[in-house]
Design a protein around this ligand. Structure first.
Ligand SMILES: [Zn+2]
Length: 80
């Protein structure tokens, strides 16, 4: 597997989740995730984290301190 391609895909995974990618990038990321287990695990972790955060928000159970930490963590990911 081309390592440069993996780097590009992992940096695009966040935009892919946001639906912010256009063709042909979206297809490129999707095809790569199908073919590459290591990038797929990055994608799965990101998806699981987003689902957990959505649940926390929707139940309004997250204390403000936790919420602030999660938001800071997300900001860090998107900047990376
Ligand atoms: Zn890859």
């Amino acid at each position: 597997m081309d390592e440069g391609e993996c780097e590009r895909v992992t940096s695009d995974v966040y935009a892919y989740h946001d639906g912010a990618l256009r063709e042909p990038e979206q297809s490129r990321v999707r095809d790569h995730l199908t073919a590459c287990p290591s990038c797929r695990s990055v994608f799965e972790i990101e998806r699981a984290m987003r689902a957990a955060i959505r649940r926390a928000y929707s139940r309004e159970v997250a204390p403000d301190s936790l919420r602030a930490r999660v938001v800071a963590m997300l900001d860090g990911c998107e900047a990376a």
